[in-house]
Design a protein around this ligand. Structure first.
Ligand code: FMN
Length: 249
């Protein structure tokens, strides 16, 4: 994993940026970003994903934040592809502040028709980025508005890791995840939405879970584990549905 420590360090500092200088980034910075994107680590390497650096002018204006650039994501719609997209793009969210830049996931924004995706791919999500009007990383975990650990974690063993997943961003800050300690592993569940909320939130919540899982993954790596993902038989938990398990052996 490239720059694991640098990405890990951003977990406790990052925050969404919604106001940008509209100046273009210099060629060297854009090259660093493009190179970083080429080396993103997937959760599931069988799923084909494409990332397109998209100028603001090529974004549909409905729901978009005014930012000089977007990263738009398209994927083969198969398996845990929404979780995989969240997992991959969160790497950019943690990388940008290391360059003094900022970004924000934008759940409803879409590129205009002129941005062509592979025909077998589905547009997943857009992410705005650029130079923040004010670069203001967080300086304390207390500045994160998040649920307490005991609302999203069952168990004692992996609290230190799950604390870092707790800080992950999510659409409307919904934090739809539940982490359940198991033997050398953690089961991940997602909140079950009712049918109406599900229409809007199901897709976004699956992306959110992937984002949280990237925080968990990088925290595990930095703390010396060898994390991998699997699906196993798990107990049912009321109001939640099982997504997958992260293993540490
Ligand atoms: C999948 C996803 C979609 C989001 N969509 C939007 C959006 O459309 N507009 C917006 O201003 N913020 C959006 N956000 C940002 C969240 O509101 C933000 O991450 C959350 O409130 C936590 O704040 P923080 O990122 O500053 O820690 C989105 C975040 C995620 C993960």
């Amino acid at each position: 994993m490239q720059k694991a420590d640098a990405l890990y360090n951003q977990i406790t500092q990052r925050k969404s940026v919604r106001q940008y200088k509209m100046d273009a980034l210099d060629a060297e910075t854009l090259q660093k970003i493009d190179q970083f994107i080429q080396q993103l680590v997937p959760m599931d390497s069988e799923i084909e994903v494409t990332f397109t650096r998209t100028p603001y002018e090529a974004m549909g204006k409905l729901f978009s934040i005014k930012a000089p650039y977007y990263m738009t994501v398209a994927s083969e719609p198969t398996g845990n592809y929404l979780e995989n997209a969240g997992f991959m793009l969160q790497q950019l969210d943690l990388f940008l502040p290391t360059l003094g830049l900022g970004g924000c996931w934008v759940g409803m924004a879409k590129p205009s028709k002129s941005v062509g995706f592979n025909k077998s791919h589905e547009f997943i999500i857009a992410y705005a980025f650029g130079t923040p009007e004010i670069f203001e990383p967080r300086t304390s975990v207390t500045q994160f508005s998040r649920f307490p650990l005991n609302k999203i974690h069952k168990g004692e063993q992996y609290s230190e890791l799950i604390e870092l997943a707790r800080l992950a961003p999510s659409a409307t800050n919904s934090q739809p995840w539940l982490y359940v300690d198991a033997e050398e592993s953690i089961h991940i569940y997602r909140i079950r939405q009712n049918i109406f909320k599900g229409l809007i939130f199901e897709r976004l919540n699956r992306i959110d879970v992937g984002i949280g899982l990237f925080h968990l993954y990088i925290a595990a790596l930095v703390k010396g584990f060898t994390p991998s993902f699997t699906i196993v038989e798990t107990p049912e938990i009321k109001d939640y549905q099982y997504v997958m398990t992260i293993k540490f052996n």
